[in-house]
Write a protein that binds this ligand. Structure first.
Ligand SMILES: Cc1cc2nc3c(=O)[nH]c(=O)nc-3n(C[C@H](O)[C@H](O)[C@H](O)COP(=O)(O)OP(=O)(O)OC[C@H]3O[C@@H](n4cnc5c(N)ncnc54)[C@H](O)[C@@H]3O)c2cc1C
Length: 366
């Protein structure tokens, strides 16, 4: 005789890239009924909703042999598959050039992207076409560099795409703002939830029952232009200030070319600094003259918009663990800083396994 067990009820709080991929990982198991709740949903733009502001690409900053490297690896495989087989996902394969100046060693930007800058990074077997650049291939002032193929994501297409995948698998989506994480248990479409998955990003620092003081913004100011760039590229530092960086990535499907940037920890300011905008544009043209016509400067950039996004950085790393709060089982999945897209599917799978541990079958086997 076959017994049909009722699906476990899960509420995922947050509809950024982390919440949506977490919901998808749960729904793909077929054993969960999932409601997604968010103050903001795909289509919205708000300072406390980081995902729409991202580049976004896959440039790992994780260290070798860590769980973060595992998440990046799993995510790369999924993003690569989507880029090559699912045009509706809004992801494209791009060649990358990563440049290093020895004088930047020890700086804020170099520390942030240290793994990416390595001549022999852990992902050299994973990223197709990885090799060191020849001296003749390096721009002026650059000491060394690498090249490989990776992916670039257009968030305006990708976020609705993942949301659509969730809906296709039966998810319910609700708009709502929680004052306390335990309230989420009462927001499932079919009754009290068995597990709540907390994917509130930067707001995990302010949400009742969580109030994680380790969560801070890492501000990133960028300019999106209509000009096209031949490859994605970045460099280890700038001469303009320790928190300023230079990177360029052309989003697929008309999403514009993102030129950045900055990495300002603890800075909540979302108003654009116009002087920083000028420096960002000037540096981008120096690194990638092909962005504009020969002889042109920043006036050759056709700006779509300029903005500052707040990466949900967490001191000590991502919080991916289970906790019981006011009798509600909560799986936390937040604090992805500048790598929420590139680690998303891996983090989501890890979170889903923590939820699996709560299922009656798994618990009986413990
Ligand atoms: C300029 C810039 C460039 C970036 N480039 C890249 C890149 O190239 N590659 C990469 O991997 N990453 C990149 N990032 C980082 C990436 O954007 C983040 O890591 C990612 O978006 C974090 O996603 P999240 O789902 O955790 O948070 P968010 O996208 O902020 O989503 C949080 C969700 O929680 C909801 N929420 C919060 N509080 C509550 C509440 N109390 N009640 C209900 N709902 C709530 C919000 O409404 C929202 O739906 C970049 C970021 C910036 C700013």
């Amino acid at each position: 005789m076959t017994t049909h067990r009722a699906k476990q009820k899960i509420v995922v709080v947050g509809a950024g890239v982390v919440g949506l991929t977490s919901a998808l990982a749960l729904l793909r198991r077929g054993t969960y009924s999932v409601t997604v709740v968010g103050t903001h949903l795909p289509g919205d733009f708000a300072s406390t909703y980081t995902s729409p502001w991202a580049g976004a690409n896959w440039w790992p900053v994780s260290r070798a042999d860590t769980r973060e490297a595992e998440w990046d690896t799993q995510t790369f495989r999924e993003l690569w598959r989507l880029a090559n087989t699912v045009p509706a996902a809004g992801i494209a394969v791009r060649e990358c050039h990563i440049y290093k100046r020895n004088k930047d060693a020890g700086g804020i930007i170099t520390d942030w992207i240290d793994s990416l800058l390595s001549d022999e990074p852990w992902f050299r077997e994973l990223a197709p076409g990885f090799r060191k650049l020849e001296k003749a291939e390096l721009p002026k002032g650059v000491d060394s560099g690498t090249t490989f193929s990776s992916v670039c994501i257009n968030p305006a297409i990708f976020l609705p795409y993942v949301l659509g995948e969730c809906l296709q698998l039966g998810a319910t989506v609700r708009r709502g703002t929680l004052r306390h994480i335990a309230e989420a248990a009462g927001m499932h479409a079919e009754g009290k939830a068995d597990v709540v998955v907390n994917c509130t990003g930067l707001m995990a620092g302010k949400l009742g029952g969580v109030m994680d003081e380790k969560v801070i913004p890492a501000r990133g100011q960028i300019v999106v232009v209509r000009n096209e760039a031949p490859t994605m590229m970045t460099i280890s530092g700038t001469d303009d200030g320790p928190e300023e960086s230079t990177y360029i990535m052309m989003r697929p499907n008309g999403g514009g070319t993102v030129i950045g940037g900055s990495y300002e920890k603890g800075n909540f300011e979302t108003a654009v600094d116009p002087n920083l905008t000028q420096r960002i544009m000037k540096r981008a043209i120096e690194l990638c003259p092909e962005l504009v016509k020969p002889g042109q400067g920043v006036e050759g950039l056709d700006v779509i918009k300029t903005y500052a996004g707040l990466r949900p950085f967490r001191i000590g790393g991502v919080r991916l663990e289970k906790e019981v709060i006011d009798d509600v089982v909560v799986v936390h999945n937040y604090g992805a800083g500048g790598f929420g897209y590139q680690a998303s599917y891996g983090m989501a799978e890890y979170a889903a396994r923590l939820v699996d541990e709560q299922s009656p079958v798994e618990k009986a086997n413990l």
